[in-house]
Write a protein of this length. Structure first.
Length: 146
């Protein structure tokens, strides 16, 4: 099975002690809308441990249906006069109270990386996860051993 998805990887800078509140806001209030409107699936929302990285911070990872899916999501995102999906106005206002900024990037997976559907079917779960990113020359991800 080859993974042809595109991922949005986000580092979100959290204000004060709002990490748990933000994680809930993403999972309960944004993810259902993303699934319905965009078929954008939440691969995961993780809190960065202070001993392992920048804090307070959250990592979000979203799975899109390839580049066509990301294009549809971006079209919705800039659909309003404020360059913001009008359906998310209330969500954005709530999120603004919990975060101060962040950094997003698009990522292509290693071809053998399991999709969300595969991980759920396999029952994958853990109390903590190691988070690593590797940068490789374009087109060479398949050559990296997994």
């Amino acid at each position: 099975m080859t993974n042809d998805k595109v991922y949005i990887h986000e580092y979100i800078d959290i204000t004060k002690q709002n990490r748990g509140r933000y994680m809930h806001h993403i999972a309960a209030n944004w993810s259902p809308i993303a699934q319905e409107q965009r078929h954008q699936l939440c691969y995961g929302v993780w809190g960065v441990l202070g001993s392992t990285g920048t804090w307070p911070q959250v990592v979000n990872l979203w799975e899109e249906d390839g580049f066509a899916g990301i294009a549809r999501s971006f079209e919705l995102e800039v659909g309003g006069a404020a360059l913001q999906d009008p359906a998310l106005e209330k969500w954005w206002a709530g999120a603004a109270e919990l975060r101060s900024g962040g950094l997003d990037r698009l990522m292509l997976p290693h071809p053998s990386m399991p999709t969300i559907e595969r991980l759920c079917a396999d029952g994958v779960s853990a109390p903590v996860y190691a988070h690593e990113m590797a940068r490789v020359p374009a087109g060479s991800a398949a050559d990296v051993p997994m």
